[in-house]
Design a protein around this ligand. Structure first.
Ligand SMILES: CCCCC/C=C/C(=O)SCCNC(=O)CCNC(=O)[C@H](O)C(C)(C)COP(=O)(O)OP(=O)(O)OC[C@H]1O[C@@H](n2cnc3c(N)ncnc32)[C@H](O)[C@@H]1OP(=O)(O)O
Ligand SMILES: Cc1cc2nc3c(=O)[nH]c(=O)nc-3n(C[C@H](O)[C@H](O)[C@H](O)COP(=O)(O)OP(=O)(O)OC[C@H]3O[C@@H](n4cnc5c(N)ncnc54)[C@H](O)[C@@H]3O)c2cc1C
Length: 602
């Protein structure tokens, strides 16, 4: 087991190699991010590519982009995204770092006025990054204009030592053995560090030579644009992580046999047990659902970005609500699913050689970074409340809230489901999800005037986001899908995804009158039939993810199924097995055993 310093150095070596290849091969950002996935190290490539570069692209002027991105693409500088502080992360407007303009020198003075203003968490900040986009309160002419982004050099490009006035280091070990412990999330304190005025990212606003603050004609929320970009990538990351865990658990479930042998025959594959299927197959369906909605979200983000180019900001609220909501729902579901997949693999699921503990440790933080999942869903709730009031005033909603325009029907419709088979009808499923989401949003809006309940808003937001995921799965199935029988299997998975949500949130569907108790039990009956129908193709459906054994990194999820010899082989690689008699025996165990033995002979 590598020490944290060895782990860091090993990862730095891999990352530096990746960067070198990125430059030599002239990789695009997309290709560099694919390389990041192959390395599968939550490391230095993340923040440089995933946040530092996009922040400059989104908030820098053309001139600033030309200057800084040229260096960033060639890895002449290595950047991070320094927004979160010891005292504030969710509340960006509460950040305390200051950037005070000094007209006498045409500089900003960057300062950490309090302990809680210390920058805290930025990936790569601790030991690697030479530069950062630092978010700070812009103060000029004695007035505080709120949070803006500034490019700062942190370390010497000669010997990597921190520049004067900058105290910088790593925040210490984190959850899990490998995972984020290979990344130097850092702490930084600034003591009146001066930077040129032109290092303020000036696409959204600027300060003139005289110190006048001038806001440009773009919405101030573009300051948050980098986070919107990363949130949409995180949905795709979640679908990948979930599909890896499901691949391991399904393959192992097909190999593992326990009980159920008749007359000395073979025991039963655990994947044949109904309890195993009802715990695992909703995750299999979710892995496909999240992949499809992630593809759609990437389209939405690209579309919004193109509109922004032509100063069309109309879909910015939708982009924020969708990226925030889908990041929240998919990462929470994925973290829970990976943990459950460990349990689905019994004792061996807790071995590092299963690949599941590492997968869990790497993906759990996604529920927090890039926005705490509750905070983000409350943003979706805010967006829904605004939409409900616009509908009430006669405005026709569009995009993912278009269903709210059908308010007359959806507020009183009854589900058409009368038989188990009716739950196979996508239109019936979609209508039930639309009615639930709308009624929960309207109930929340009606109650908001009484006692604004965060809980109601939160749940209405979950209902809205789950509707988006179900809708995108249904729409995907309306496309031409190659491969004999593939569409049929995906239809079953779509049914499982939707009906498992009805089962899980039956209280919502009943309390809003969208389904009756009988329709609820028909849904459960349909679900059980779908599990049985998917079982024969379960292994094929995870093989379809096409992960190599290297990428999966799991003795339980091997393509050849040779699990037991892989587990046994992995065990002997552990450093503890380098000696048959363990270190410490002579000092600690032998004296005790000898003494007790002597006593027993008296
Ligand atoms: C590969 C993975 C690498 C991971 C490395 C990790 C990196 C990080 O974690 S970076 C740091 C991430 N930090 C966060 O995500 C912070 C989360 N907090 C926020 O985003 C904001 O503080 C907030 C949105 C929760 C609140 O912002 P605030 O300015 O206070 O805004 P209001 O709630 O008052 O809303 C005002 C208005 O603006 C709209 N809006 C908010 N955010 C956005 C956005 N990103 N894009 C577009 N519009 C946005 C919001 O909807 C309101 O609109 P109206 O209702 O129309 O007024
Ligand atoms: C692995 C990792 C990497 C990171 N990398 C970076 C990075 O590179 N750059 C960077 O700038 N940051 C980074 N962060 C920081 C991250 O963005 C923040 O931790 C995140 O935004 C959450 O903010 P917080 O820690 O302030 O949580 P808090 O907001 O303090 O959350 C604590 C609790 O309060 C609740 N809460 C907060 N506000 C409300 C509210 N209004 N209503 C209801 N409940 C509320 C939350 O739901 C949560 O349960 C990283 C974090 C992690 C874990």
């Amino acid at each position: 087991m590598l020490s944290r310093k060895e782990l860091f150095k090993d990862t730095l070596k891999k990352a530096a190699h990746a960067w070198k290849r990125t430059v030599e091969l002239h990789l695009t950002e997309e290709e560099a991010n694919l390389l990041r996935l192959y390395i599968d190290q939550p490391g230095y490539v993340d923040l440089h590519w995933v946040m530092f570069v996009p922040a400059i692209k989104g908030q820098g002027t053309e001139e600033q982009q030309k200057k800084w991105l040229t260096m960033a693409y060639k890895f002449q500088i290595i950047g991070t995204y320094a927004q979160t502080e010891l005292g504030h992360g969710s509340n960006v407007q509460g950040l305390e770092t200051t950037a005070t303009f000094d007209p006498s020198t045409d500089e900003f003075i960057m300062h950490s006025p309090t302990l809680t203003s210390s920058k805290w968490w930025p990936g790569g900040l601790g030991k690697t990054s030479t530069h950062a986009v630092v978010y700070a309160r812009l103060i000029t002419e004695g007035k505080d204009y709120g949070i803006h982004g500034f490019i700062m050099q942190l370390r010497s490009l000669d010997d990597h030592s921190p520049l004067p006035g900058i105290t910088i280091g790593d925040i210490g070990g984190k959850f899990g053995s490998g995972a984020y412990n290979s990344m130097d999330n850092g702490v930084m304190r600034l003591d009146h560090v001066r930077i040129p005025r032109d290092q303020m990212l000036m696409r959204l606003a600027q300060v003139t030579r005289e110190g006048k603050y001038v806001h440009s004609d773009v919405p101030k929320q573009l300051l948050y644009g980098t986070m919107v970009y990363v949130r949409q990538t995180i949905v795709a990351d979640a679908s990948r992580a979930l599909s890896r865990a499901v691949c391991i658990a399904v393959r192992y479930g097909a190999i593992r046999k326990q009980f159920g042998s008749k007359a000395g025959g073979p025991e039963t594959q655990v994947l044949n047990y109904k309890t195993q299927q009802s715990r695992l197959f909703p995750f299999l369906a979710s892995a496909y659902a999240f992949r499809f909605v992630g593809q759609w979200l990437k389209w939405l983000y690209t579309d919004v970005t193109q509109k922004l180019e032509s100063k069309d900001f109309s879909t910015l609220p939708e982009a924020h609500a969708c990226t925030a909501g889908l990041k929240s729902v998919t990462t929470s579901a994925t973290a829970d699913a990976i943990e459950e997949c460990q349990k689905l693999c019994g004792g061996h699921g807790y071995l590092n050689s299963s690949g599941l503990p590492e997968l869990f440790a790497v993906n759990l933080p996604a529920c927090t970074y890039e926005g705490d999942n509750v905070v983000l869903l409350l943003q979706v709730a805010r967006f829904l409340m605004k939409t409900v009031s616009q509908v009430a005033s006669g405005k026709q909603p569009v995009g993912t809230t278009a269903y709210m325009g059908n308010i007359q029907h959806l507020m009183q419709c009854k589900s058409v489901v009368n038989t188990v088979e009716d739950w196979l009808n996508p239109a019936a499923i979609k209508e039930v999800f639309e009615a639930r989401a709308l009624r929960m949003a309207v109930n929340c809006a009606q109650n908001i005037s009484k006692a604004p309940s965060q809980e109601e808003g939160f749940e209405a937001a979950v209902a809205h986001v789950q509707l988006i995921i179900v809708t995108k799965f249904i729409e995907k199935l309306q496309e031409d899908i190659l491969g004999h029988g593939v569409k049929e299997q995906l239809q079953k998975l779509c049914g499982i995804y939707a009906l498992h949500l009805i089962h899980k949130h039956l209280g919502d569907f009943l309390s809003t009158g969208c389904v009756t108790a009988r329709q609820g039990s028909l849904a459960n009956e349909r679900l059980g039939k779908l599990y049985a129908q998917v079982r024969p193709n379960a292994v094929a459906l995870v093989d379809a993810f096409d992960y190599t054994d290297h990428y999966l990194g799991s003795a339980l999820g091997r393509y050849d199924g040779d699990v037991y010899s892989a587990l046994y082989k992995e065990a002997w690689k552990d450093p503890l097995n380098e000696t048959v008699v363990p270190d410490g025996y002579q000092e600690h165990l032998r004296p005790l055993l000898k003494q007790q033995l002597k006593l027993s002979r008296l």
